[in-house]
Design a protein around this ligand. Structure first.
Ligand code: KIV
Ligand code: ZN
Length: 506
């Protein structure tokens, strides 16, 4: 497990192990295999596929991933016990990741072992893995709260037993970059084995601490897609990798253009969606609203874009809102083939700002509607998709079920789905068709306002996203919340398809 070059940093992905420890996340075997294949395409050096000792099902998953013929090394986690290690070996993994607590608090209260017992268990179990002819990565768990001399002794014991990699976990995320760097430097004075880093994000510093460890000589970083993981999560792979590439000018095996699609896949399969302002993969990471920003990026992207969106598989988005400027809104309209005059543009911008001042989010559909009003012509309301009919059944002791019949490019399609409620089932039924036929899926659903009593008007705002990362928003207001949801959805899908076709993507 030597680093390939002095400027090459190995990426050890633990999305399927520490990432699956995210509260509420539980992946099926098929989900895990799909993610593993994607991680391999992405170019990670190691996939920690799971903890084989935890259940028979987990063992089967790790086995399946190990025999999937991926380019990447496959690793299984094991406590420092022979039976855990046997479970990992049974899965035919390439690497066994053995861990044991080394901090006073965890030695006493988590495993009830003395430091001497921990020291000899370290040697014995790394040795056990090596005698089976496998690679061994060793982690002194809670290293950053361990007594420094003891930590070094444990690392030396693992080295003596021929561990291939020593991983230093900041298990409860209490480091700052300066102290993290010091610990790595200190461990490096005691051992020659390559050092890896594993940081948790309890204080929001997992990425910064991982990078500090690299500065101090670590040659491998543990990370997860979207920063999933126990509690506040682990260091986010996409952030670590882009910082290594662009700020540190170091190399990894990662094809950064697949970062966004990988993030989306993991979000969909885990049900944990990233916040809009998350670096690299958040919805707003490449969106610009204020006039000075939209003007800047349309003239010279470097003004407000430190990373080219396409480098991480994204596209730039200019957003109409109360802070928007003429240039941004004009660029947005031109993207869908609409060319207002200068006077019309002034009026359109004015109306966008008025909507924004009322606290409304200006959806793409709103922008088209008010542009059409200003230009005094109905902008061809192309309907690539149209709903023919729909039925929803709900009630007590009935699983909410919806069936829809829609026309896409003149051809008729039918689908049915169940859901947690009528809105969920009907949106799922629509998506069943559109995600297959047009690769468009719902990205966000918001019930913006309900006014009045039981016959109140419900206002629904949705965002849909296509496979190229284009996000389109649309709104609909109706007394019937199911109808408002369906109308907004069909609206959004149409706008998205129109955009795709104008851009020549389909
Ligand atoms: O955070 C941690 O200490 C771990 C170990 C199993 C390496 O995940
Ligand atoms: Zn961890």
């Amino acid at each position: 497990m030597k680093a390939k070059n002095s400027d090459y940093i190995r990426i050890f992905d633990t999305t399927l192990r520490d990432g699956e420890q995210t509260p509420g996340v539980s992946l099926t075997m098929d989900d895990k295999i799909e993610i593993a294949r994607q991680l391999s395409k992405l170019g990670v050096d190691v996939i920690e596929a799971g903890s084989p000792m935890s259940s028979e099902g987990e063992k089967r998953v790790v086995k399946e991933i190990a025999k999937a013929g991926l380019e990447t090394e496959i690793c299984g986690l094991a406590r420092a016990t022979k039976s855990d290690i046997d479970d990992a070996i049974d899965c035919d993994v390439d690497v066994v990741h053995v861990f044991i607590p080394t901090s006073p608090v965890q030695m006493k209260y988590a495993v009830n072992m003395t430091p001497e017992q921990v020291l000899s268990a370290t040697f014995d179990h790394v040795d056990y893995v090596k005698k089976h002819g496998l690679k061994c990565e060793f982690s002194p768990m809670d290293a950053t709260r361990s007594e420094p001399k003891f930590l070094k002794k444990v690392c030396q014991a693992a080295e003596k037993a021929k561990a291939d990699m020593l991983n230093i976990p900041d298990t409860v995320g209490i480091m700052i970059p300066k102290t993290m760097g010091k610990i790595i430097e200190d461990v490096r004075t005691a051992v020659k084995t390559p050092i890896s880093i594993h940081c948790h994000d309890d204080f929001g510093m997992a990425v910064a601490n991982s990078l500090a460890a690299v500065e101090a000589g670590a040659t491998q970083v543990h990370s997860t897609i979207n920063g999933l993981g126990e509690r506040a999560g682990n260091a986010s792979l996409e952030e670590v990798v882009m910082a290594l590439h662009m700020i540190y000018k170091l190399k990894t095996g990662i094809n950064s253009r697949l970062l966004y699609s990988t993030s989306r896949m993991v979000a969909t399969l885990t049900g944990v969606f990233v916040q809009a302002n998350k670096a690299i993969v958040g919805e707003n990471a490449f969106a610009h609203e204020s006039g000075i920003h939209t003007r800047g990026v349309t003239v010279k992207p470097l003004t407000f874009e430190p990373i080219k969106p396409e480098l991480v598989g994204r596209t730039r988005k200019l957003v109409a809102g109360k802070l928007a400027g003429t240039r941004g809104i004009k660029a947005e309209l031109e993207e869908v083939g609409i060319h207002p005059t200068d006077d019309q543009m002034k009026e359109i911008v004015q109306r966008v700002k008025e909507l924004g001042d009322k606290g409304k989010m200006v959806t793409d559909a709103d922008l088209l509607a008010l542009t059409s009003a200003v230009m005094g012509e109905v902008i061809a309301e192309e309907k690539i998709v149209d709903l023919c009919d729909m039925a929803v059944v709900t009630g007590i002791k009935v699983i909410p079920t919806a069936s829809v019949r829609l026309v896409l490019d003149g051809k008729e399609y039918i689908a049915a789905e169940t859901g947690v409620g009528p809105v969920d089932s009907v949106l799922k039924a629509i998506q069943k068709l559109t995600s297959n036929l047009a690769k468009i899926r719902l990205n966000e659903y918001r019930l913006e306002a309900i006014t009045g009593g039981s016959n109140a008007v419900a206002e629904v705002v949705i965002k849909v996203e296509d496979e190229h990362g284009h996000i389109v928003s649309a709104r609909a207001a109706r007394e019937d919340i199911v109808m408002a949801s369906v109308e907004a959805m069909i609206n959004g899908i149409n706008k998205c398809l129109i955009k795709q076709r104008k851009l020549g993507k389909k």
